[in-house]
Design a protein around this ligand. Structure first.
Ligand SMILES: [Zn+2]
Length: 201
């Protein structure tokens, strides 16, 4: 990878041999290895010993989980907040494991929609809850740095499974509890707020 980074620097018109760039290939490799470490993570190991059988059937919410990911179209960061909720049947996930789970999928090359679906789908698979909801709001540097959109625009994606999909009241309760930072219309009019997704240039 370091040879590729040296070639990249050269192609950009830089001198990979100058002092400030000498260790850059090594640093970039280390950074990319970390930012894509989710490919090698084992979900069951991450959740190890943290699935509990309980007698609790109310909504569990973990909100404002910070996440950082890389868009697969430009290899530029997108980052923001992730909100997760589920309604358990017999099992719950240790609360501290939810952010870990978000990291596993965020530390890959992603589009925000797939990331959102993967988190929801995995929770659904692992504890078979009555429903799972995941909402992610993010800033995409491939949009804001390139001036594609207003700098403060968020892309909002959601995955609603089971009770959150079938029951409008349950869904509204969740949305009320997480109080999105972005304007409410961005949530209902998703096509207007999605960044990067489907973008070709
Ligand atoms: Zn992008």
């Amino acid at each position: 990878m370091q040879d590729l980074i040296r070639k990249l620097l050269s192609d950009l018109g830089e001198d990979p041999g100058r002092e400030g760039l000498l260790n850059t290939p090594k640093r970039v490799e280390k950074a990319y290895r970390f930012l894509t470490s989710g490919y090698h993570a084992d979900i069951d190991q991450v959740l190890n010993n943290a699935l509990f059988t309980v007698d609790y059937s109310e909504m569990v919410i973990v909100k404002d989980i910070d996440f950082y990911s890389l868009c697969e179209h430009h290899l530029l960061p997108f980052f923001g907040k992730c909100h997760v909720a589920y309604i358990p049947t017999t099992k719950v996930i240790g609360l501290s494991k939810i952010p870990r789970l978000v990291d596993v999928f965020a530390r890959r090359l992603q589009v925000q929609e797939r990331l959102t679906n993967q988190i929801a789908g995995t929770i659904g698979d692992k504890i078979a809850p009555l429903g799972v909801a995941v909402v992610m709001e993010a800033t995409h540097l491939c949009m804001s740095m390139r001036g594609v959109e207003k700098q403060n625009s968020f892309a909002v994606t959601s995955a609603m499974l089971g009770a959150f999909r079938d029951n409008a009241r349950t869904r509204m309760e969740f949305l009320e509890l997480i109080k999105l930072r972005s304007a409410a219309p961005a949530f209902t009019d998703r096509s207007a707020s999605l960044a990067c997704i489907g973008e070709e240039d």
